[in-house]
Ligand binder design. Structure first.
Ligand code: SAH
Length: 395
């Protein structure tokens, strides 16, 4: 095995590693034996000189992202085994060869024991998004592995790490095709058709994590007047219309998102009369509505990206949901979400509780939602459970 930089932790700091938590914070480090470059593979030892783990080194608050708790060469076969394991789980989930659904998350960072790596598969195109330098340096290895696993089912690999890598590293990553070229951008999800703009859209172009929640929505849509707030590319809107909604109003502040929504509606329906697109700010729009909806979806962007803005974020969720409770018709249904990793399930529920109590309405929780199985939560990394949702019945 090649010689590697050895990092020794302070006494007691090995505890979380022994519980398989995949991060080591810079404050836990006692000594670095050598000068690792960002992205290097390093070996981690306890203060008593026991081997603990191997991981990617990075300058920052999370100093090491662990890739193995046993000694490893971290070579091509090592990474291939990991990606193959992730693929086998998706196969188990009936996502890899499904005539109704051809888009799914193949690698979900810590959830698949690959901290710093996201790979979404869109009908033949794999979109990779790296959050650590260590993973970014392996990008061509991942292309080779994906080609080996998928064979002719893989048409292209697009690297979209330009805005997700730590800027201090000075890597100057470009979004680019590492294999193949742009091909079909149309995907199927439970038979619903969507165009995905992975080159320019937010994240990897589509929010695959709402798949099961969108499916649930279609069951409640019949004859309802739906407001899809923060619609992005119209995911919930398409499911609502397929679920025989009376009408769907899609609202987002981004014009680009609204253009995509219109395209997606047109891709699925000849008659567009049940749908209306509105480019607007959520808070302003919600102030202007009266009792005109009996189903409201609230799927805002992450209000808190860090712990220090947690209270402000909880206030945001409270105010947003208060508007829905104020205006929804009796017998109405609210699908409300938070995708902030730092907002816990309990905190989110509490802010909805406060909004409910202030409205004085009779409100029942009828479903508690989370992310789908292709966004697995590593049991040793509970922070990975980021998507929280409640379906509320409001009288
Ligand atoms: N529900 C979507 C994902 C929502 S992502 C889906 O299933 O695909 C969050 C969206 O909120 C983004 O499209 C973003 O443009 C929009 N957004 C952010 N701030 C907003 C605001 N103040 N008012 C309206 N939309 C906003």
């Amino acid at each position: 095995m090649m010689s590697r930089v050895k990092i020794t932790l302070k006494s007691g700091k090995e505890q979380s590693i022994k519980r398989y938590h995949p991060w080591i914070f810079s404050g836990a480090i006692k000594h670095i034996d050598g000068k690792p470059a960002e992205g290097d593979i390093v070996d981690v030892y306890s203060n008593k000189n026991e081997f603990l783990a191997t991981g990617h080194y990075q300058i920052g608050s999370i100093a090491i992202r662990i890739v193995s708790f046993t000694q490893t060469a971290a070579d091509y076969e090592f990474w291939k085994f990991k990606i193959q394991s992730a693929f086998l789980l998706r196969k188990e989930l009936k996502l890899t060869n499904n005539p109704e659904t051809n888009a799914y998350r193949l690698v979900h960072g810590e959830g698949d024991n690959m901290p710093g790596l996201i790979i979404d598969f869109y009908n033949g195109t794999a979109v990779m998004q790296m959050h650590s330098i260590g993973m970014y340096l392996l990008r061509h290895t991942f292309v080779d592995i994906l080609r080996e696993i998928y064979g002719k089912d893989l048409h292209a690999v697009f690297d979209k790490s330009e805005s997700t890598l730590p800027f201090k590293a000075g890597i100057n990553a470009k979004n680019e095709y590492l294999y193949g070229a742009k091909s079909s951008t149309e995907i199927l999800e439970y038979g619903n058709r969507f165009l995905v703009d992975w080159e320019n859209g937010q994240k990897t172009g589509f929010f695959l994590d709402q798949r099961e929640n969108r499916k649930l929505l279609s069951k409640y849509s019949k004859n309802r007047d739906i407001l899809n707030m923060f619609c992005f590319t119209g995911g919930f809107s398409v499911y609502g219309l397929h679920g025989e909604a009376n009408l769907v109003h899609s609202v987002d502040s981004s014009e680009k998102a609204m253009d995509q929504t219109e395209k997606n509606i047109a891709l699925n329906f000849k008659d567009l009369s049940r749908h209306k697109s509105i480019t607007a700010n959520a808070f302003q729009f919600l102030n202007s509505i009266h009792n005109q909806y009996d189903l409201i979806i609230l799927d805002p962007p992450a209000f808190a990206k860090h712990h220090n803005v947690l209270n402000q974020a909880l206030m945001g969720y409270k105010n947003l949901n208060a508007k829905a409770f104020e205006h929804i018709r009796p017998g109405g249904i609210v699908f409300t979400f938070s995708c902030s990793q730092v907002v816990s399930k309990e905190d989110f529920k509490k802010s909805i509780f406060v909004a409910a109590a202030n409205s004085g309405r009779d409100i029942k929780i009828i479903h508690q939602l989370t992310q789908p199985a292709d966004h697995p939560v590593n049991i040793y990394h509970p922070e990975g459970e980021y998507l929280k949702g409640l379906v509320l019945y409001v009288h």
